[in-house]
Design a protein around this ligand. Sequence first.
Ligand code: F6R
Length: 640
Amino acid sequence: MESIKSEQVQVFNDPQALTLQAAHEISDLINKNNKLNKKTVLCLPTGSTPIGVYRELVRQHVDEGVDWSNVVTFNLDEYYPMDPLSKHSYRHYMQSKLFSHINIKEKNIHIPDGTIPLKSVDKFCEQYEQSIIDEGGIDLALLGIGRSGHIGFNEPGSSSKTITRRIVLDEITRKDAARSFYGIVNVPKSAITMGIKTILDCKRIILMAHGESKATVMKKCLEGEITPHVPATFLRLHHKTSFFLDKASAAELILITQPWLVKKIEWDLELTKKAVVLVGQKTKKSILQLETSDFHSNYLHDLLHVYQDDVNELCYTVFKDFMKRIYFNEKLMKNKKVVVFSPHPDDDVICASGLIQKLAKRGNDVTVVYMTNGSVAVSDLNLCKELRFIKLFPSTLFKKNEKTNEQEKQIVERNNEIDKLIWELSNKKGGSQDSVISQMLKGNLRRVEAISAIEVLGLTEKNARFLDLPFYRSGTIKKKTPTQEDVDIILNLLKEIVPDSIFVAGDLSDPHGTHRTCYNLIKDALNQFENQISKKSNEKEKELIEKKMPEIWLYRGAWEEWKTYEIDMFVPLSKSDMEIKLNAIWKHQTQKDKALFPGVDDREFWERARDRNIQTAKSMEDLGLPKFYAIEAFVNVDHL
Ligand code: F6R
């Protein structure tokens, strides 16, 4: 099997670093060719992965004058059939993200045509291949990868000999696209794509992947068998291919899961725990049952040497460390000011209900801070239902004939307004922008759900703060670019409360990006908070400042969980704690049955939360640690 050279895989700390590197390689190539008076031929993808690359390329064109007049592009694919004017078309995507912002010549742009009559598609594909040859071949191809293992739209089953053709899309691909098409039924069933051979003929290839949803496919792509079942594996046959990954998409690679197999390791506590947990899982033994031979058979001689070959000492160190991190009630903070930041109204209860209940019981002053109004995830149907309720409401306030003429008039006028809104909502095209009034009403629905939910946990309306951050108020999936106005709102809250501890959603890869945006905004606000208090103080007050900076805990959103060895705070939940947690989650009725944006996981949010917390407890039990019904997990960090 063709194995990959380690230098072909680059793991970046975050998606931004990865996209910058890719953009720089492209612009360096264009600049170099421009100097030689040579054209540059690029193969370009669409999708969520390259958005940052295109943004940077546009910036480089505007700020640094990178000249695209001698660049020829070929896009990998286009849905079929597809109107180029549709906002779902890849033509529209390329135009809005890149082409309309740079000086590329229209005649140099090639994108498969989704309007070709079926009988002419083969001919069109032949011509597409010919045009690539006529341009002298592709110098550099930028690729993303689908969860099906596709590159371009070469779905599983595509051989290494394939060239540009029409292809039927895999169900995983259609499911992933469903979000932007507002439902799988609207996703086209086929596409026109360059073939694997067309891609392998490119002189240089960069495949980019970010986000935890790509971790499994990246493992298959880089470490599995080279096979048409995972078409991206063919890239390993091309020695000028680099794989640019972020930490989340690289998480399942041996390089990350067992780094000691590929490089010399400095054994810190986290890596030691990682190795011991892995050996425990592989041998199905608890930590304290592990023997020297178990470490030897997993090539961990080196780790044993660190403990003078005393396996008991090694295992006991790890066992004790885990025990120390179990937060029975009395270990939890008491009488402190705690802020739980919740990006949407429901992340708090999905991820930290157990913790919140316990913190409240221990006399902490808990504030749950809902950062966005969450309106985008409320369906129009849900709002219509509530509007009908509001319409009926006044009649319950008055007895028959008790209303004055003026009141009667007001009710009629208001009901007319409501009817108008119901009509608008019922006739709105799926996914089109919400009006300001529907955004507000949808946000209000989520607000009352959030209050009912924390009431289940023993808090009241007074414990809730709704920031309604402006970046989120676009009325559609695509959010606005966050600004200092967003940061200021958080900063003011920090200054007002001066919390002892804060809990933040620390997702690497939530599907909509809102969690990451909220994380970054809290990060900026904390930095500014620290700067402001340190400016106001002299040397003597330094200690005080440190005290003012809150202790930071991270939780993971509905999409992922921390690895056992990463967890700093295990909060055990009994069965009845879990029942309370589920009751709290169920109060978010607009997100129940089928949330508007559940992500790629078919389970409802409450099912995911329950399964995940039970699974964390199970993995503790398997390691020979105390047996709990369920566990919520948190990680402590010095800064964001
Ligand atoms: C798009 C394309 C696809 C995408 C892949 C990943 O032109 O060819 O192969 O690159 O589906 O999509 P995202 O980046 O949205 O995860």
